[in-house]
Design a protein. Structure first.
Length: 193
């Protein structure tokens, strides 16, 4: 099912059919301009900046993502990188369409962000969802994060499952967990007490 949705998405991009993005935070959906395998924003503020979002599809893309993640992610990782294991996972996300997908964000030809997502099922049930395997953008390139998420959300919507992204990491030894109020009902918060 995932492979078919990704293939359909690429085909619709190549044919010029626009893909809407359901932001669920706004009253209307934001259309994403359709280009064959890439999204480009017009230059901003007279600087001639070229911004492109495109799917990762090749061994070269996997290598580029891996180098980027080794530089951008290392300061926030919980343990040292096992380069062989990490590169194998990046290659799997990029190359195995039944496993996941990855997108790249470029500004003036330089990689400034990437999102890799995998297709998994809930541990307690049969439904599935996408979740991030990685999601990093360089400081000073705030435009890239929302655009990468919009691409991921569009794929998840095409498949008919949610995209769940861990946007913040908290390193703490405190045994307290907070659950979003939406999950528990208004005004109720869960704690590890």
């Amino acid at each position: 099912m995932l492979k078919l949705a990704l293939a359909g998405r690429v085909a619709s991009e190549a044919s010029g059919v626009g893909v809407g993005v359901d932001t669920r935070r706004h009253a209307t959906a934001t259309p994403t301009p359709a280009l064959a395998h890439a999204r480009a924003d017009p230059p901003h503020k007279g600087e001639g900046t070229a911004r492109v979002i495109r799917p990762a599809e090749s061994e070269h893309d996997a290598e580029m993502i891996f180098r980027f993640l080794c530089n951008a992610a290392t300061p926030v990782l919980h343990c040292p990188i096992n380069r062989e294991k990490a590169f194998a996972e990046v290659r799997r996300v990029v190359g195995d369409r039944d496993y996941g997908f990855a997108y790249l964000a470029f500004e003036d030809g330089a990689l400034v962000g990437t999102l890799g997502a995998i297709f998994v099922s809930w541990w307690y049930g049969d439904d599935s969802f996408f979740t991030d395997r990685w999601f990093f953008t360089l400081p000073g390139h705030r435009w890239a994060g929302p655009r990468l998420l919009a691409e991921g959300d569009a794929i998840a919507r095409d498949v008919g499952v949610p995209l769940i992204v861990n946007l913040k990491q908290r390193r703490t030894t405190a045994a307290v967990t907070f659950v979003k109020p939406v999950l528990l009902g208004e005004g109720q918060m869960a704690s590890g007490e």
